[in-house]
Design a protein around this ligand. Structure first.
Ligand SMILES: Nc1ncnc2c1ncn2[C@@H]1O[C@H](COP(=O)(O)OP(=O)(O)OP(=O)(O)O)[C@@H](O)[C@H]1O
Ligand SMILES: [Mg+2]
Length: 330
């Protein structure tokens, strides 16, 4: 494993909908994931997390901006994408749907090896590579699972098989989309412990996509919070949790049971619709600070002045007029 730095630079994805509307699912993300680092991407359903993850692995060509691989722009020709796809593995959001119900565990894990021409001809046999990957994903003894089908596995085992399929290719980076959201609480901890072990054993970089800030708090070095296609706050997880800047982050944190030191903030208003992004700050129609009058004297800016794209790669920052005004007055 060689190490890899994956960057999104002002990355945007717009979907043309029937009827002529455009859904700007991702509207300028700036994010870096390095080998050995765990980064959490947090936000409500529909905030654009999966869209950013898919764009980062080259599954979704951007409508604006770039993906950089060790500083060089990602090429979208098959010949360029194939080696990249081996190095950056994505674990899809729904483990039941992501596994082919007619494939055995063995074939599911071997599939990537065959696709990338790594199954035969190397020093290690295909069977040994599959067994090693299943072991690394915590499925032991691996041979006992070779001939099982997905419906014969528990949810936790299915998630581990997906992780094994990624590990078989010896990636540098893993992007795990909601890796534990479909699992029982007791299994969640085991899968999170596995992700931490993969980072320390193999030096993997991991981007964990989750709607749960409590999960980010448990495993991530850095956390980026998304709202309606934008990263609105990012920083070292401890700083984001100890001193959240953005009213949206504060609201998300206030309902995390593990971090129960704030009064719960219930967000008012509609679920975000990426075809109708509000003017000014995109969070303003639901912002508790604006509703309570705490945004004085910047309310007009909140309602009318757009915020710049936030760099989520270094330091602790947020995209909020109120935060900017307070910082300016210090
Ligand atoms: N192929 C598509 N065509 C049109 N709109 C899409 C498409 N994919 C996603 N969207 C829209 O883009 C927005 C972001 O979707 P995305 O799946 O990235 O969100 P998410 O944060 O992963 O949500 P969840 O937590 O529910 O998985 C949503 O409003 C979604 O409806
Ligand atoms: Mg998603």
């Amino acid at each position: 494993m060689t190490g890899l730095t994956l960057e999104a630079r002002d990355l945007a994805v717009a979907f043309q909908l029937r009827g002529g509307d455009v859904a700007t699912a991702l509207d300028g993300a700036d994010l870096t994931v390095r080998s050995g680092e765990i980064v959490a991407l947090v936000g409500e359903s529909g905030s654009g997390k999966t869209t950013l993850a898919r764009a980062l692995v080259g599954l979704q060509p951007p409508s604006r901006g770039q993906v950089l691989v060790d500083g060089a722009p990602l090429g979208y020709r098959a010949r360029q994408l194939k080696p990249f796809r081996r190095r950056v593995q994505m674990i899809l959001q729904d483990p039941a749907g992501a596994l082919n119900p007619r494939h055995t565990v063995y074939d599911s894990v071997a599939e990537g090896l065959r696709l990338h021409g790594l199954a035969h001809g190397g020093e290690v046999s295909e069977e040994q590579q599959v067994a090693d990957a299943l072991s690394a994903a915590g499925l032991r003894p691996p041979e006992r699972l070779f001939l099982r089908y997905p419906h014969e596995l528990s949810g936790g085992q299915r998630q581990r098989v997906l992780i094994a399929g990624a590990l078989a290719l010896k990636p540098d980076l893993l992007i795990a989309d909601e890796p534990v959201s479909s699992l029982d609480a007791s299994i969640r901890g085991e899968i999170l412990a596995l992700l931490l072990k993969l980072r320390s054993d193999f030096g993997l970089g991991i981007l964990v996509v989750t709607h749960d800030l409590g999960l980010a708090w448990n495993i991530a070095d850095r956390t980026a919070v998304m709202y309606l296609g934008r990263i609105v706050e990012a920083g070292p997880t401890e700083e984001v949790v100890a001193s959240p800047q953005h009213p949206y982050t504060q609201a998300l944190l206030s309902v995390v049971p593990e971090i129960d030191r704030l009064d719960p903030v219930v967000l008012e208003g509609e679920v975000p619709d990426p075809t109708r992004i509000p003017r000014g700050c995109r969070f303003h129609p639901r912002c508790p600070a604006l509703a309570s009058g705490a945004a004085f004297p910047v309310e007009d800016a909140c309602r009318g002045v757009p915020l710049p794209v936030l760099s989520a790669s270094e330091g602790h920052h947020s995209a909020c007029h109120l935060v900017a005004a307070r910082a300016g007055h210090r």
